[in-house]
Design a protein around this ligand. Structure first.
Ligand code: NAP
Length: 301
């Protein structure tokens, strides 16, 4: 069945997730518009139409005219804005809204307890659910954005330039890892298949792996031994929660700690492949840990 979706507007299109989403949408033949803040200096590929916004309802109503789908790849700090984005999308007659998720499974009831940031994401999905039959939605669950981790030394426990790693709970806990290009391809495939992906959580990955497997590949690809620090997800999570509760300077550190705990097992939000993946249904390419790590090491030389 050919998709009824042709015009797609990407919110936060200049971001880490937004860029590969735009690339994949263009490759799949969609007409792509980038919605970008008035204050933004972001630049986009030539074939992308660019619309500036101050995120007021008026400006969003205008921006969403004639759009069939809104893909939100807005930054974590902007996810609260999605309520207005959704209202404007419904008013403009947009058919599909993909909210900014691209992470751990936010469907289980314990998710907001594990990662406080998730609460805003759940509010957005509940808001979409309240417009049943007016707009449909799909949440894309990707687990840890694996290649993205290596752009921020220390994130995910990996510090490639310093050749150090933090290994949680012994390092043999399986977790889901997805690369950014795979995430973009999944968004394009969802919009090519709006009926089968309608109003549900779609689970994908590039591979399921463990921290010890990643470490082995990193050491093999670099030819260096990494200095390893060990940690416990429970301790990391408790410290993170305390920092989030206190707020202020330590807030971001606290949020990252809760994400690390969630990545590596806390609350069982990142080992969903055991329940089944959408990779084949969406026609996603097969990816391997070894090839990914080799590419990451080569691109960070
Ligand atoms: N699972 C993981 O490991 C993982 C990792 C990273 C991100 N994520 C998730 O992926 C999603 C996108 O994150 P990202 O890292 O791609 O975001 P990002 O690169 O930090 O930001 C995306 C874009 O959002 C816009 N933006 C930034 N701050 C904003 C604000 N306060 N209000 C409105 N717009 C703002 C900017 O676009 P303009 O300048 O064009 O306006 C920016 O380029 C989030 O939901 C995040 O939680 C998951």
């Amino acid at each position: 069945m050919s998709s009824s979706i042709k015009n797609v507007i990407v919110v936060g299109a200049s971001g880490a997730v937004g860029r590969p989403v735009v690339t994949a949408l263009l490759e799949a033949g969609f007409q792509v518009t980038a919605l970008t803040r008035d204050s933004s200096n972001a630049t986009f590929p030539k074939s992308v139409k660019v619309v500036k916004t101050d995120y007021s309802r008026e400006s969003l109503d205008q921006a969403f005219q004639d759009q069939h789908a809104v893909v939100s790849t807005i930054a974590g700090s902007g996810v609260g804005t999605q309520i207005t984005l959704i209202d404007a999308a419904v008013a403009a007659g947009v058919k599909v809204f993909i909210p900014s998720e691209y992470g751990l499974d936010t469907q289980p009831a314990n998710a907001p307890e594990v990662i406080p940031l998730i609460a805003h994401k759940i509010t957005a999905v509940n808001h979409l659910r309240s417009f049943k039959d007016k707009i449909s939605w799909t949440v894309l669950v990707t687990g840890a954005l694996f290649d993205w981790n290596f752009d921020f030394p220390g994130f995910g426990g990996w510090n490639l330039p310093a050749r150090t790693a933090v290994i949680w709970d012994g390092g043999d806990v399986p977790f889901e890892a997805t690369n950014l290009p795979q995430t973009g391809k999944a968004v394009a495939a969802i919009l090519k298949n709006p009926e089968s992906t309608k109003d549900q959580y779609v689970y994908i990955n590039s591979f399921t792996t463990t921290q010890n497997e990643v470490l082995k590949e990193l050491e093999s690809a670099t030819g260096d031994k990494f200095k390893v620090e060990t940690a416990s997800t429970e301790e990391t999570w408790k410290n993170g929660q305390a920092k989030v509760a206190k707020g202020g300077e330590g807030l971001m550190e606290g949020i990252i700690a809760t994400i690390h705990a969630g990545y590596y097992g806390k609350g069982d939000l990142n080992n969903y492949s055991k329940k089944g993946l959408w990779n084949d249904k969406l026609g996603l390419p097969k990816e391997t840990l070894a090839a990914t790590v080799k590419e990451i090491v080569a691109s960070h030389k």
